[in-house]
Design a protein. Structure first.
Length: 157
């Protein structure tokens, strides 16, 4: 299996991007699946029958997310959880640090547990994510500092 290459996105994802991708996922028939024992989430591929991608609140294992840092699977999960940001709440980036990735020492940047040979499921084979990096493999640089209006976005009580 070829290891996907994580690339720096051309621009940060906006709330409008995530809403559009969630709608696109619904239109393309992407289904969200949940493993009953661990609660892990998976999403079906809209273009490759029998393919599923592991999706979390922070990432997806599909090639689109690896390339753009956003995809319809991830956006659809955020939508189903009620976590899509308000479009009017897009905030401007104040300072963007240079992108730096740190390869995981356990999985070597693959994102999967080194000893896992894959587990057959009805939708295809699923591999265990690396316990050291939680499947993130090359870790992105810390998020940029953003300007947030505290009065408009108060912390949860």
């Amino acid at each position: 299996m070829a290891t996907p290459t994580i690339r720096r996105p051309s621009r940060p994802a906006t709330a409008a991007d995530l809403w559009r991708l969630a709608d696109q996922g619904r239109a393309n028939g992407v289904r969200l699946l949940s493993e009953c024992v661990t609660g892990e989430r998976f999403a079906t591929s809209a273009t490759q029958a029998g393919t599923v991608y592991r999706v979390t609140a922070y990432s997806c294992t599909c090639p689109g997310f690896c390339h753009h840092q956003r995809c319809q699977h991830h956006a659809l999960l955020l939508s189903e959880l009620g976590w899509l940001p308000d479009v009017a709440g897009d905030v401007a980036v104040v300072a963007a640090p240079s992108p730096v990735t740190i390869a995981c020492l356990v999985c070597g940047g693959h994102g999967f547990e080194p000893d896992c040979t894959g587990h057959p499921t009805a939708a295809g084979r699923v591999w265990c994510e690396c316990p050291a990096c939680d499947g993130a493999a090359p870790r992105p640089a810390p998020r940029p500092i953003v300007a947030v209006d505290v009065d408009r976005w108060p912390l949860a009580a």
